[in-house]
Write a protein that binds this ligand. Structure first.
Ligand SMILES: C[S@@+](CC[C@H](N)C(=O)[O-])C[C@H]1O[C@@H](n2cnc3c(N)ncnc32)[C@H](O)[C@@H]1O
Ligand SMILES: Nc1nc2[nH]cc(C(=O)O)c2c(=O)[nH]1
Ligand code: SF4
Ligand SMILES: [Mg+2]
Length: 204
């Protein structure tokens, strides 16, 4: 098995319940809801993506775990966030087991459309962020983080799913999204606001 990875970097989790926590980000290449090419954006299922996940390098299992571990500065509890692109197209049980054996807590940021329940059950943190009309198959986890607003998705569609935290995250690039998300949380306290603090703080 090999893995295609766009980038590996050390930063702070910018979003959600773990905002501010130091983490290694492993950004897997490719997504099932957009090709990543600008010319395909209008026809993509997910149209607002803020990320370049095209290209990258191939890693064997051992090389990927080594590359991730090499970026941890030492101390604390090593934490890796698998993102992308859509990480659950590639993350599998051998990788999660190997990262655990290397001492890492393992988190995933996923659009929830890949129903790898066996992999999800092994993860320490599962963040699902639903997109357009793509059906959510992973309907339980630690946080549900809905980019807001989305024409096809209303927060009430998700609030009975099995998550511990429910966040609205203003859609970057959509004027007025910050105020809309704030107003919705104030009126519906089931929901909390998630800000992309890396964009505010100017870190990766
Ligand atoms: C780039 S995605 C990669 C992981 C996975 N494919 C997903 O969509 O959850 C990482 C996070 O960024 C969020 N995101 C992407 N574009 C955004 C935007 N324009 N504004 C706010 N959040 C965005 C996603 O919803 C997701 O929570
Ligand atoms: N700092 C920082 N936090 C993040 N949380 C989720 C991210 C992602 O792109 O998945 C992200 C990211 O790109 N940067
Ligand atoms: S599902 Fe995630 S990675 Fe894929 S296009 Fe949407 S935001 Fe980007
Ligand atoms: Mg990001």
């Amino acid at each position: 098995m090999s893995y295609q990875v766009k980038e590996i970097f050390y930063s702070l989790q910018g979003e959600g319940a773990h905002s501010g926590r130091p983490a290694i980000f492993c950004r897997f290449s490719n997504c099932n809801l957009w090709s990543g090419k600008d010319e395909d954006r209008a026809s993509a299922i997910c149209k607002f993506c803020d990320t370049d996940f095209v290209g990258g390098d191939e890693y064997t299992l051992d090389c990927l775990v080594q590359a991730i571990a090499a970026k941890w500065p030492g101390g604390g509890k090593p934490y890796v966030i698998c993102t992308g692109g859509e990480p659950l197209l590639q993350v599998d049980i051998p990788l999660v087991d190997a990262l655990h054996n290397a001492g890492f807590e393992v988190a995933v940021e996923t659009n929830g459309t890949v129903g790898k329940h066996d992999v999800a059950a092994k993860l320490d943190w599962v963040c699902v962020s639903p997109k357009a009309d793509a059906r959510v198959k992973l309907d339980q986890g630690h946080e549900l983080k809905l980019v807001y607003p989305q024409a096809e998705n209303h927060p009430s569609d998700f609030e009975r799913m099995g998550f511990k935290h429910f966040f609205l995250q203003p859609c970057d690039g959509v004027e007025g999204s910050m105020k809309m998300a704030i107003d919705y949380c104030l009126a519906h306290p089931h929901w909390s606001l998630s800000l992309q603090t890396h964009k505010i703080g100017g870190f990766e």
